[in-house]
Design a binder for this molecule. Structure first.
Ligand SMILES: NC(=O)c1ccc[n+]([C@@H]2O[C@H](COP(=O)([O-])OP(=O)(O)OC[C@H]3O[C@@H](n4cnc5c(N)ncnc54)[C@H](OP(=O)(O)O)[C@@H]3O)[C@@H](O)[C@H]2O)c1
Length: 343
């Protein structure tokens, strides 16, 4: 293999201004920076794809309040995940050509100790972008927290987004009897049923959510995977079956709207008499959680029981800010990925 020529400079996305509501173009700066010279034990990685997620918006605020995830600082590179190829190695542990995941932020090139990169086997998937998804969260939440299984009637809020589009499919693969999703448009509702195999779906703008849940799950929901909070959580409590399990994953209604969505009212008596188990959770992406996802995802794909729900945003690094802005406004379906390069 011919040794790739390293560029003198490469682009990265930085935080230009703290976000107070929704991110806008002025909150981002695309900077061209000198590529650092790799030291002993370090590698240079050319990112092929970047992952875009809702938490990136939270990390752009001045005080995100996420203990395990420090917020971005003004003028610094934005936090985020990517996958790419080792193009130069000063480490005995990695070779030129290795495919690696990293959390070094939104940059065309990443330079650092080889231990900071997670080497993956490209033969697992049709393309490197399959490694970038909210799968570890969706799998951990649905399997370990909600303990979904045979016969469950599952409701997933925010079902057409990155986490939700995977969570619903995981529930089906784990034997759920019926999976219902909510999303923000008729096109997304159709996408859930026609392309992702949900049994039913509805637009949460179309009338009272509780009416839709009672109609679609007349015997009650046994598992609720909540990505939205607010009114969807309140309706799910009313629509819950006896001993239902709730896995609380996110509060999109608060992250993209007013803050009230993070503070839904809990009908305590309904929760008591139905003995609802409510489990909020955070995924820390341990190697075990990551591997559990990839083992099942690659197997289910091969068995043609699963599709990879994603939106590929083209246009390279300049397109990355718009991809996050679009995600928060519900423009995309599934997991959002920015394509930086072909090789
Ligand atoms: N607990 C954990 O460990 C963990 C880990 C990762 C992510 N999360 C959380 O999981 C959630 C999903 O993350 P993601 O990155 O996959 O994002 P995502 O679901 O792809 O987020 C974008 C979607 O949010 C929906 N949305 C926007 N405003 C909404 C509103 N007011 N009400 C309902 N839905 C709204 C839009 O869908 P519609 O068009 O359908 O409205 C949009 O497509 C986030 O809350 C994130 O913080 C938690």
């Amino acid at each position: 293999m011919t040794k790739p020529v390293l560029p003198a400079k490469a682009r990265e996305v930085r935080l230009a201004r703290y976000v107070t509501d929704q991110p806008t173009k002025d909150d981002f700066e695309i900077a061209e920076v000198k590529l650092a010279k790799p030291g002993d034990g370090e590698v240079v990685v050319r990112n092929q794809f970047l992952h875009v997620t809702a938490v990136m918006r939270d990390l752009m605020t001045e005080d995100p309040g996420l203990p395990m995830m420090p917020g971005n600082k003004l003028g610094e590179r934005l936090w985020g995940g990517g996958i790419g190829v080792v193009v130069h190695s000063e480490s005995p542990d990695m070779a030129v050509g290795d495919l690696v995941m990293n959390m070094d932020g939104w940059a065309e090139y990443s330079v650092g100790p080889s231990a900071d990169y997670f080497k993956v086997d490209p033969s697992w998937y049709p393309g490197p972008e399959y490694f970038l998804s909210q799968g570890p969260t969706a799998y951990h939440g649905m399997v370990d927290i909600a303990e979904v299984g045979d016969g469950d009637v599952v409701y997933v809020s925010g079902a057409a987004g990155g986490v939700g589009s995977l969570a619903g499919q995981i529930a089906k693969c784990r034997g759920a009897k019926r999976v219902i999703g909510s999303a923000g448009s008729a096109a997304k509702v159709k996408y859930l049923v026609k392309e992702l195999g949900f049994d039913a779906a509805f637009d949460y703008h179309d009338g009272p959510i509780l009416d839709r849940l009672r109609e679609l799950a007349p015997d009650g929901i046994t598992v609720f995977f909540d990505i939205v909070g607010g009114a969807q959580f309140e309706a799910a409590v009313q629509a819950a079956a006896q001993d239902a399990r709730f896995a609380l994953c996110g509060t999109l209604s608060a992250q993209s709207g007013d803050k009230e969505g993070a503070f839904p009212r809990l009908d305590i008596m309904a929760a008591i008499v139905r003995q609802i188990v409510i489990r909020p959770f955070s995924t820390y992406h341990t190697p075990e959680q990551i591997m559990a996802w990839h083992q099942h995802f690659s197997q289910w794909l091969q068995e043609k029981r699963f599709v990879f729900p994603h939106t590929m945003v083209k246009g390279g690094m300049p397109a990355a800010p718009g991809a996050l802005i679009g995600l928060m406004h519900g423009k995309h379906k599934g997991n959002v990925i920015v394509k930086l390069s072909d090789s």
